[in-house]
Design a protein around this ligand. Sequence first.
Ligand code: F0G
Length: 454
Amino acid sequence: MTTLSTTTPGVRQTDFRFRCIACGNLSDEASQNFRCANCGDLLEIIYPHWKETANNLRSTWSQRRLSQSAVDLSGVWRFRELLPAIESDDQAITLREGNTPLYDLPQCARLTGVPRLLAKHQGMNPTGSFKDAGMTVAATFARRSGFRWVACASTGNTSASMAAYAARGGLRSLVLVPEGKISWSKLSQALDYGAVTCQLCTDFDGCLKLLQELVLRAPVYQLNSINPFRLEGQKTLALELLEQLDWQPPDHIIVPGGNLGNSSAIGKALLEMRDLGLISQLPKLSVIQAEGANALVRTLREAAGKSLISVRAETRATAIRIGNPASWKKAAHVLEATGGACEQVTEIEIAQAKAEIGAEGIGCEPASAVTLAGLKKLLQRGFVKPQESVVLVLTGNLLKDPDFTMEFHRGDLFKGTRDEDASAALNPLRRPPMVLDATLDAVIRTLEQAENSP
Ligand code: F0G
């Protein structure tokens, strides 16, 4: 068994640059807020010296599956030719992220009418969300740049992931989360991994604004998806997906949209794969938002994608309760470049889709379920054709938000809301827990009732 990582001579790239997404300014350094020194817009990472051939890359990546070194066991660093380079493998802070399953959803396929529906489950990452793929790269570069403190604003998953990677890398971490608006299970992860956790009396957008100011005043490295290293790591979701599909692109990839970093990352990967000749055809990348947090939907519909229309966000899918998405320009660009669509779904549609994914034995958190709800809408409006292949990106694990699941099955989720009456339609999907006498009769009666119900 080898502990050496697999490197192929001539494949490893050695440098990258930052490019402003608005004015195109190129630089070798980024300031602590990761904004262009010229115009203040966001930066992306580019690789001026890519010259690999697609064949080399594919075989290098698959060969690494046989290696036991930490960077090869990581489903992110395994694709390191398309990532910013580190000098030595032991610089990577890794928890064996990536390597997530691609599941068939046969019941959901039948419900929606597509022949085959796949789900790339990023909730199967070490801390239970897609954030780990970006965090391994960004935390690595935080430590490499000599920072002792990392920080993020979060709706919960980023903070859980950052706290874990910081702890693994010997860094201290500071978490800013909106008070009362994130799930306890995510908050408890940050506490367990040793983060300094601040619940601020504002929303996510308020937390992020404060963080942007903080990093200019204190020696703190920010790990939100404004940080372009995060997006480089998250790109590997698409590389791994295409590898799992034997490099045959699906017609559609559907992803939830909050701060819009993940959609931007996946889109960047698709465009890079096309440019490198790894795929010959681009899947259409579509973004789905909750109706109550629909800034991108409105920006594209009402402002033709030219200026951001922020909203006051409200949704029970708290992971995407974001009204002022930082990466909206990047997301608008990749939607246009891949020919994707943007849709919104209601709270009831989210709850229904989540229960349907759960009933497949897969499960996900509410924010991930917007993808299935969105697919139904995209089919209705004819954007997805019934014979086309579709991959949903499930971003978070079912266990991330147990309150939502319990309230749904107990019938409390919509109590006192304007959706209360309409939510009765979801009753057939509910499986409330029952309190019974501890007798055989009671259990057998329940079993018979369940057998005879649809
Ligand atoms: N799904 C889940 C489970 C999330 O946690 C998030 C974002 C998204 C989707 C949206 O991804 O922001 O890249 O568009 N969560 C962030 C957080 C904001 O702080 O955990 P996005």
